[in-house]
Design a protein around this ligand. Structure first.
Ligand code: N7H
Length: 488
């Protein structure tokens, strides 16, 4: 089956709920293996009815916002989704598997050299959990930790009864304290910019582009414009044509691919670099951080902090301290990159958010930028960084009380057009969007000392602060497909 453009109703009760976004402060990722096809089918049969759908989640998210606006405490919720790896699908003898794209069939470990997962990030160094053949991933999410425990007990009852083995679990949670609640471990507010999905996002926020659902959900209409990008003058970055819309088995519509990555963050290393480079460049540390990411820690977009002539004040503090409106929906994600900043003297062209979503920037051009959107679903893991903690030598696994990072997750209709394209063609490409811009300071890991161009005068040599310690590619089947795979 080949995805097409057109207008289809989006069947929310068919689609698993985390595609709409669980957005819960407590989440657990449980990795499972089945002894044989019969056990796998029994497990799917009993758990399928407990899978929460995009309909349930979208409804609850609407009522959450409604209650919050009126100062009422929303009712706590708990959610469950079930995904399968390629080897889980093979065990279930899912038909037409050859139609799935190569990235999914090969798996994240086999794609390591393509992704740049090498040295400390090489699959041989990943947690023992990821050295095993994983068949399924259960995602549990709740407002209350005790509800997560209830979900876990229920899952374990089913695993036990169906002889499914729980290989291990990873817990993520929002950081403690009101001020840090939405911030990841380097300190930045996360979860601000997401694409809107036609048929799923009913109230797009200012600046939130609505994207055809087929970019995230198989069988839905895809972007109309997948034309190859125009060639650039010789010597300039040549945009890479997007892989074609995916083909997929006839049972796969309303499913989506989920990329999971356990990314360890070296907070001390990042902070040391900021302190040292702030000294060298003469920029305030918070401004230098904003130059690397494209947003201040508060989430305030650097793009909206333009100073009048004579230019950016290198000593000005985060402007949202004086003007809190920068953090409101009207402004926080409502911007494009100003053509007057084409050289990146305000927001460097390799800044994380400019690399990962170049918006109007050309190259690569709006159509390309909108063809590589992902629905991010990350949550931090591990304890908060303590400035007084002993230095971690960086060799081998850190002790538990220093192991922290992001359980990165994202949904897309094609891993090759989504996550893999962002990682390999943009983050790891020192010449994207233009020659000499440098690598993404947050996500590129393919070289130990990535370069970052900080116009007008500085060229920084960075370190690796984000290390891949595990991961995998999963498929989130529709509710009907779960039944079909269960042999119902
Ligand atoms: Fe990124 N960070 O804290 O620095 N990310 N990211 N990311 N990221 C974003 O808009 C971060 C990672 C994207 O639409 C923000 O929500 C960290 C991977 C995309 O403007 C911050 C890690 C990939 C966007 C971070 C990490 C991406 C985005 C701004 C790993 C894909 C949206 C807040 C530890 C390959 C861009 C926000 C847009 C935003 C951080 C990983 C992609 C603060 C710490 C692996 C598409």
């Amino acid at each position: 089956m080949q995805a097409e453009t057109g207008s289809a109703e989006i069947a929310l009760p068919e689609i698993q709920g985390n595609i709409a976004g669980f957005n819960k402060p407590h989440q657990r990722f449980v990795f499972l293996r089945f002894p044989d096809k019969a056990a796998a089918q029994r497990f799917l049969h009993v758990t399928r009815r407990e899978v929460d759908t995009a309909d349930d989640v979208a409804d609850a998210n609407r009522s959450y916002k409604w209650n919050r606006k009126r100062g009422r405490e929303p009712k706590p919720k708990r959610w469950f989704n079930l995904l399968l790896s390629v080897s889980g699908l093979h065990m279930l003898e899912a038909p037409e598997m050859e139609l799935f794209e190569a990235a999914f069939k090969e798996g994240m470990q086999a794609r390591a050299s393509h992704l740049g997962d090498m040295e400390e990030s090489a699959p041989e160094k990943w947690l023992a959990l990821f050295q095993q053949d994983i068949h399924a991933l259960a995602i549990l999410a709740a407002d209350l930790p005790e509800d997560l425990d209830r979900l876990q007990k229920q899952l374990s009852r089913h695993s036990h009864a169906c002889k499914a083995e729980e290989l291990g679990a990873l817990d993520g949670s929002a950081r403690p304290g009101e001020a840090n609640h939405s911030h990841e471990h380097f300190g930045f507010r996360d979860g601000i910019s997401q694409p809107g999905v036609i048929g799923l996002t009913d109230e797009p926020k200012p600046g939130q582009e609505l994207i055809p659902a087929g970019e995230f959900i198989l069988g839905q209409p895809t972007q109309p414009d997948n034309a190859p990008p125009p060639a650039q003058p010789p010597g300039a970055y040549q945009p890479i044509p997007a892989p074609p819309p995916p083909q997929f088995p006839s049972w796969a519509p309303n499913g989506s691919f989920f990329v999971f990555r356990r990314l360890r963050q070296d907070v001390a290393g990042f902070n040391d670099f900021i302190t040292r480079s702030a000294g060298e460049t003469g920029l305030r540390p918070d401004l230098l951080e904003a130059k690397l990411v494209g947003r201040y820690e508060s989430g305030a977009p650097l793009e909206l902090t333009r100073d009048e002539d004579p230019g950016l004040d290198t000593q000005a503090a985060d402007p949202s301290i004086a003007d809190a409106s920068l953090l409101e929906d009207e402004k926080i994600n409502n911007f494009e990159f100003d053509p007057h900043d084409a050289d990146g003297h305000l927001v460097p062209r390799a800044a994380h958010i400019r690399k990962m979503y170049p918006r109007n920037e050309d190259p690569p051009g709006k159509a390309q930028a909108e063809s590589h959107r992902i629905l991010r679903r990350g949550i931090p893991y591990g304890p908060d960084f303590e400035p007084a903690e002993p230095a971690y030598p960086g060799e081998g696994a850190p002790p538990d009380n220093q192991d922290r990072g992001l359980l990165f997750g994202c949904y897309q209709a094609s891993i090759e057009r989504g996550f893999e394209f962002l990682q390999t063609q943009w983050a790891n490409q020192p010449d994207f969007p233009q020659a000499g811009d440098g690598r993404d300071p947050i996500t590129s890991q393919d070289v130990p000392a990535p370069e970052f161009n900080l116009p007008p005068d500085h060229h920084l040599t960075m370190l690796r602060w984000v290390i891949t310690t595990g991961g995998g590619y999963f498929f989130s089947p529709s509710i009907t497909a779960l039944g079909t795979l269960a042999g119902e």
